[in-house]
Design a protein around this ligand. Structure first.
Ligand SMILES: *[C@@H]1O[C@H](CO)[C@@H](O)[C@H](O)[C@H]1NC(C)=O
Ligand SMILES: *[C@@H]1O[C@H](CO)[C@@H](O)[C@H](O)[C@H]1NC(C)=O
Length: 205
């Protein structure tokens, strides 16, 4: 009888104690989460630690335990941002970045005479992938060069006349004899995407 009473008292005491005591929410390292914890956890509770989205852990036992002394055991568990891996600059372009981990941004630019096709920047996402494929830098084109009547355009490097030319393409105008050339004999596809003004060929009178 006496024994039963003390057991009863003891369990009552435990009940009251767990209702008012236990471990309160643990203080965690940055980007670490403890799953499924109540406001207070009774001694003996084991909590699993995880990383918040975009972060990962490479080591350490991912658990903490609420001790009899009503404090959580210490954990070495740490979370680092995930890496999206190296990304390459587009051909004829460049990129600007500080890091390649979660939330890092990489900006792309194209060299002079090249236009950016695609996104101008990408961000490293939660699942360690880049938000878009890297862009392409395509050479700026001027369209076919103008060839006024009685003129011949000889390109510096082989280029089919009547075809779209890229930025920097150059050539020289000549007149069909006996015409003479008035204006600038040189032709160039400029950075504005336009050809320099073509000369005219006139009869020598
Ligand atoms: C990328 O571009 C954004 C917006 O223009 C700018 O705020 C950021 O500083 C740039 N980052 C780098 C690394 O150049
Ligand atoms: C990564 O997350 C992005 C954005 O939520 C999603 O569009 C993409 O499909 C995901 N990629 C993979 C491989 O899960």
């Amino acid at each position: 009888m006496h024994h039963l009473l003390s057991v009863l008292l003891l369990s009552l005491f435990t009940l009251v104690k767990s209702a008012e005591g236990g471990c309160s929410r643990p203080a965690l390292k940055p980007h670490v989460e403890a799953l499924g914890l109540q406001q207070f956890s009774p001694p003996g509770t084991r909590a699993r630690l995880t990383c918040v989205p975009g972060y990962t852990s490479h080591n350490h036992w991912p658990f903490i335990v609420c001790t009899i002394g009503e404090s959580w055991s210490t954990a070495q568990f740490m979370c680092q941002p995930k890496s999206c891996g190296y990304i390459y600059a587009p051909q004829n372009g460049d990129m600007h970045f500080e890091d390649i981990v979660y939330l890092s941004r990489v900006n792309f630019t194209c060299n002079e005479g090249y236009n950016l096709h695609g996104v101008s920047s990408v961000v490293c996402q939660e699942n360690a992938t880049w938000s878009a494929p890297r862009p392409e830098c395509k050479a700026l084109t001027c369209g076919p060069a103008p060839v006024p009547v009685y003129t011949i355009l000889v390109f510096d490097v082989l280029q089919r006349s009547g075809e779209s030319a890229v930025f920097g393409t150059k050539g020289t105008y000549k007149c069909l004899p006996p015409m003479i050339l008035i204006g600038n004999p040189r032709a160039e596809c400029t950075i504005s995407g336009k050809w320099t003004e073509a000369p005219v060929c006139q009869s020598n009178k």
